[in-house]
Ligand binder design. Structure first.
Ligand code: KIV
Length: 277
């Protein structure tokens, strides 16, 4: 691992596995994770050296334009999962199980999990929830499928919360979150995402657990960070939570390129003789 201009260049071309994530936590190397939903972007992200690529059900918001993640189906997650898997060589690929595919009947949860794994050949699945979904988690794990947990703000439960505000600010919810994190670890989950909770609580969970804890809006004292790709690339100007850092302003880059193309088509500057047969 070579340190240049503040970046860590990751030359390690080996496939990232659940075991390697655990080793990263043990040696204090932060885990990078980003969402992707299609072949082209997954290819760029994988070749840039991302550790984990999440085929998030946030596809519902950023790819489809829905206001929540609830409408996503197993077949839609499989479509996005396959597209990403066609591109990725190194990163560990995690696919979200969509709303309704694991919360009710644990037997159906296993058959949905097996279907997603068979049809995409992904590395791991992510499920939102703790004690309430423990039986589904245990059954899926016993089928040999790795699971990443997801606690704190769980967007599939937005209708229960009624708001996307920071979670687990009171003692009772914080206690439940810690208990749920331990339950998921004891069940055999390979890692846990903590979304939009106080940084002190996330720090406590990361210190207590031996499995990696990856945060989004959970402060710096966790084992890794995840963001939604469209948000961090600045494709969406209207979503600006405090935790979001924009690493590019692709909205303006794309808009300027498209306007230039329109102008050059209208003015007959495009195509030129050289661009013609
Ligand atoms: O669906 C998603 O993109 C996620 C991240 C916000 C962690 O679950």
């Amino acid at each position: 691992m070579e340190q240049t201009k503040g970046y860590i260049s990751n030359d390690d071309k080996r496939k990232v596995t659940t075991h390697r994530l655990l080793e990263m936590k043990q040696r204090g190397e932060k885990i990078s994770m980003l969402t992707a939903y299609d072949y082209s972007m997954a290819s760029v992200i994988d070749q840039a050296g991302m550790d984990v690529i999440l085929v998030g059900d946030s596809a519902s918001n950023v790819m489809v334009g829905n206001t929540t993640t609830l409408p996503m189906t197993v077949d839609q997650m499989i479509y996005h999962g396959k597209s990403v898997m066609n591109a990725v060589k190194r990163a560990m690929v995690v696919i979200d199980m969509p709303f309704g595919s694991y919360q009710g009947n644990p037997v159906e949860a296993v058959s949905n999990a097996v279907k997603i794994m068979k049809e995409t050949q992904a590395d791991c699945l992510k499920l939102e929830g703790g004690k309430e979904i423990l039986e589904s988690v245990q059954r899926i794990l016993s089928a040999g499928i790795p699971i990443m947990g997801h606690l704190g703000l769980m967007p599939q439960s937005i209708n229960k919360y009624g708001t996307y505000a920071v979670r687990a600010q009171d003692e009772e919810e914080a206690r439940k979150l810690i208990d749920d994190a331990h339950l998921l670890q004891e069940a055999g989950c390979c890692s846990i995402v903590l979304e939009k909770i106080p940084a002190t609580l996330a720090k406590k969970v990361a210190e207590e657990l031996t499995i990696p804890v990856i945060g989004i809006g959970a402060g710096p004292h966790v084992d890794g960070q995840v963001l939604v790709m469209h948000d961090m690339l600045g494709l969406n100007k209207s979503f600006s939570p405090r935790f979001l850092r924009r690493y590019a302003n692709l909205y303006d880059v794309v808009s300027e390129a498209v306007q230039m193309y329109i102008n050059e088509v209208k003015s007959s500057d495009f195509p030129s003789q050289e661009e013609s047969y």
